[in-house]
Design a protein around this ligand. Structure first.
Ligand code: 3NM
Length: 216
């Protein structure tokens, strides 16, 4: 069975790839920098690459993450998650539901589901999701169809009322991650705020310092 899921999602930063937004235009390099910076969850999310490209990259990234004790999660592609021996897969509303994904991936893999509303969270829980990603918390330019920001009140409501690990996503950066944490959500997913930095390690350090200073 999946172990320590609740504990894993207590981590502060959940890094997500986006090669086109990255400073070095090289996913493997971005992942290496995130690992060196001490990021403990990394999601591979590439919307414009072929299946073959994604498959090849994920196999390499999984080998980078494993010795570093980093949870590697593949976005959307359940088959690539299985074939690359990822630790998790993240699916959205247009993908297979979590209960169907479970039949494909077995009992060990962590399944994450995107949720916009409390009803989505309930549905994800009933279907056996291990965590939910809720957003966009703030305005984001990274996902064209992300919709209007759901805001801090909603993530606070979900964190208080639903017993499932929650990852906040959308427009989160060093300026506002403390606001997210103040609402009871320890784990924030970041795409542009991390990958676009030339010095990912320095950015993570800066963010962690702000968190430490805030005391939350
Ligand atoms: N999912 P950034 S928002 C991948 O609301 C993704 O479910 C979202 O990118 C959701 O950190 C988003 O650059 C993009 O704002 C987040």
């Amino acid at each position: 069975m999946r172990k320590n899921v609740a504990e894993i999602f207590q981590t502060d930063i959940y890094g997500v790839t986006c090669e086109s937004l990255s400073a070095c235009k090289d996913n493997l390099e971005v992942v290496r920098r995130m690992i060196d910076a001490g990021v403990k969850i990394i999601q591979y999310r590439e919307k414009d690459k072929t299946k073959r490209e994604k498959y090849e990259e994920c196999r390499v990234i999984r080998e980078m993450c494993k010795p570093a004790g980093v949870l590697f999660i593949v976005n959307d592609d359940v088959d690539i998650a299985i074939l690359s021996k990822a630790g998790g897969v993240h699916v959205g509303p247009d993908d297979l539901p979590a209960n169907a994904v479970r039949k494909l991936v077995g009992e060990e893999m962590i399944i994450g589901v995107s949720a916009d509303t409390p009803a989505d969270v309930e549905d994800a829980m009933v279907r056996g999701a291990d965590y939910v990603g809720v957003g966009p918390v703030f305005k984001t330019g990274t996902k064209a169809d992300a919709g209007e920001p759901v805001g801090l009140d909603l993530i606070e409501h979900i964190a208080k009322n639903y017993k499932i690990p929650l990852v906040a996503i959308g427009g989160i950066n060093g300026e506002n991650i403390v606001d997210v944490r103040r609402r009871g959500v320890p784990c924030s997913a970041m795409v542009s705020a991390l990958v676009s930095c030339a010095d990912v390690e320095a950015e993570v350090k800066k963010i962690r310092q702000l968190i430490a200073e805030s005391g939350c």
